[in-house]
Design a protein around this ligand. Sequence first.
Ligand code: NAD
Length: 330
Amino acid sequence: MKLSEQIKVGVIGVGHLGQHHVKHFASLPNVNLLGVFDLDTARAAEIATSYNTKPFENVEELLSSCDAISIVTPTTQHANIAERCIALGKHVFIEKPITKTVAEADKLLAMTKKNGTIIQVGHIERLNPALLALKDFDLKPKFIEVQRLAPYTVRGTEVPVVLDLMIHDIDIILSLVNSPVKNIRASGVSIMTNSVDIANARIRFENGTVANLTSSRIAKNKVRKIKSFQRYKYITIDFLLGLTEVYRAMDSETKDPHALITAPLDQDGKHRAIVYEKPPVKKIDALRFELMNFIDSIQGRSVPIVDGKAGRDALEVATNIQKMIIKDIN
Ligand code: NAD
């Protein structure tokens, strides 16, 4: 697609998150937002009016007019809708998780391989500025501790908490640890739904890295934190506060202009210091950035930060964790 051409975009599913896709596409340069489709026609009309676009009553009509589609329906609908889009040669942005099953994701990937369309997956935390702030740090985690907690809402409960919440952290961890998964231990419980609402998983990678993840949709307050430990380095990321902190053990002779506080540390006969840094976290809207990345990728200026393969790989690990939990329960 030529750089100068506007990309004709449609949004399918304009509920809680889909409305924000519409808001951004309505104001992004290089985008011509053609319209929206939702099974709830009153909702489609309401969102279309708010953002000065057209509510389509026939999904095929929207698909045939667009170059690219954002799919923001419940997860159970992703595969079916994406298949129809890709079969028509449309680029797709699919909210996370990519699909409900790995087999469905594999089918979509095979289709895009054949016709060259793009799949991007909405693992938005990968574009969280608090994580991006670490891009110049040499991250080689040995141990990662993750907590993602959220108050209960019915939205998202069509899938277990592992596919709803934990999959965000699985995707981040797979992007940080460059090694295949060696084994997984997991357990979980159902509290409010007939599915798993609280899950804990320990992933061991071939290179020895261990990640311990806890996710719960039964919590008073939201928590989204990662702690990462590696040789002489301890990093904490608070995805909600947008706060990244780094503690490093360094030779005390090394002068670091970014060091905010230091504490002396005599170790192995060497004078060292614990250095504390707060890398600057840019104020960006991660969803807008993600959708711009999608449009830029279609126009050949970029590649998806989270492509279909990354979405599929995160889903595979999530599915294995879920299977392990079910085995553990029974
Ligand atoms: P929602 O229930 O608020 O909205 C879903 C909308 O899709 C509804 O308006 C519904 O009428 C419509 N819909 C259902 N089936 C449809 C179909 N076949 N065709 C057209 N419209 C259909 O759900 P939500 O919270 O907006 O979640 C939507 C998706 O976004 C889910 O996959 C969810 O996992 C994902 N999500 C991602 C994040 C994130 O952080 N990236 C956050 C929330 C939700």
